[in-house]
Design a protein around this ligand. Structure first.
Ligand SMILES: C[S@@+](CC[C@H](N)C(=O)[O-])C[C@H]1O[C@@H](n2cnc3c(N)ncnc32)[C@H](O)[C@@H]1O
Length: 327
């Protein structure tokens, strides 16, 4: 994996645990309100529409459970769902009593599943499977799949709009935390403003800190203006502006809030870098199809691009007839 942060499992897990703790239903909350709509939502609805009562579904890398939520909407408790994720989860829609047919398993690595052989009729993952080791996870999927089971994956596409925005946001992350970026400028100006508010006259260093902050704000405005994906810059600008505006005679609270912001930006950067590193190009998805065909020669494998007006959104990958002893 290209990004060094990919090798730190606890940082990866924590970055997603923090994200899910916010209560968001899925990982593209800024692109899709509610659950997924458009071609991605339609593809899942079609895949799920004809599931017979009693079907056992395993959702890998489930997050706060957009696919279990959709299965509940379509089938209620007629379908049994086990939903695993490496991270800690907080699916606010899920009530243990009401949704007893849906079981969340946080802290579970899909490369090593805690389920018996031949346990599931359908295995799914939305923007999740591609984050793990493909060969080991496919071997686990084939092991826990019942004879004749099917696999449905929606995965990040190398050329999707989400990935393009992600690449641009990585540049914005780099600038925000660079020595001349906004965070460093805010670290410099907050103590200066606090001193002024405490009644001390500004010295030369204070003037320079204010100038550096103003320069960073102007540079951010220009970068946002020139960007097709300015949200990260604009949201960070607004948060920093509020912190700086409200600083009191003691800079402590504002400086602590700034470090909280820096930490959450670093987690967002990590998630974005991971998405880009995991996104599959055509040779990548062809290799995945070959690996599955080797592990499970009887499987009928297919894949296609999911696209709508704004361009390609994802890969849809499916395999029917998986499961150890399917003939
Ligand atoms: C982009 S989110 C997708 C979540 C959800 N399926 C959705 O559609 O919103 C990727 C998820 O994969 C999980 N993940 C990454 N590697 C994993 C692994 N090896 N095993 C299980 N989950 C993993 C992360 O914790 C994160 O929740």
């Amino acid at each position: 994996m290209p990004d060094s942060t990919q090798h730190d499992p606890s940082a990866r897990r924590q970055a997603w645990t923090s994200y899910w703790a916010s209560g968001r239903l899925h990982s593209c909350a800024t692109s899709f309100d509610g659950n997924y709509t458009g071609v991605i939502g339609a593809s899942w609805r079609q895949a799920f529409s004809a599931l017979p009562a009693g079907t056992r579904v395993l959702d890998l890398a489930t997050g706060n459970g957009p696919l279990p939520a959709l299965l509940w909407e379509l089938h209620g408790d007629a379908v049994q769902v086990d939903a695993v994720d490496l991270a800690g989860l907080a699916p606010s829609w899920h009530e243990a009593g009401k949704h007893a047919s849906i079981r969340f398993h946080p802290g579970v690595d899909m490369e090593s599943l805690p389920f018996a052989d031949a346990s599931f009729d359908v295995v799914t993952s939305q923007f999740g499977f591609e984050y793990a080791d493909h060969g080991r996870t496919l071997a686990e999927i084939c092991r826990v799949a019942a004879p004749g089971a099917s696999l449905r994956l929606v995965m990040h596409h190398h050329g999707s709009r989400l990935v393009q925005v992600g690449r641009e946001e990585l540049l914005h992350h780099a600038w925000l935390s660079a020595p001349e970026g906004l965070l460093e400028a805010a670290r410099g100006v907050i103590p200066v403003l606090a001193a002024v508010r405490a009644g001390r006259p500004p010295d030369m260093a204070a003037v320079q800190a204010r100038e550096a902050y103003n320069r960073a704000m102007v540079a951010l405005g220009a970068a946002a203006e020139a960007s097709a994906a300015p949200d990260l810059l604009l949201e960070t600008r607004d948060t920093v502006h509020r912190l700086v505006r409200d600083v009191g005679a003691d800079p402590g609270a504002a400086l602590r809030a700034l470090e909280v912001l820096a930490g959450s930006l670093e987690q967002a950067r990590l998630r974005t870098a991971e998405m880009i590193a995991c996104a599959l190009d055509r040779p990548g998805i062809e290799a995945l199809a070959r690996t599955l065909s080797r592990l499970c020669p009887q499987a009928r494998v297919a894949f296609e691009e999911l696209a709508q007006a704004e361009g390609v959104l994802a890969w849809a990958f499916s395999a029917d007839g998986i499961g150890a002893s399917a003939g």
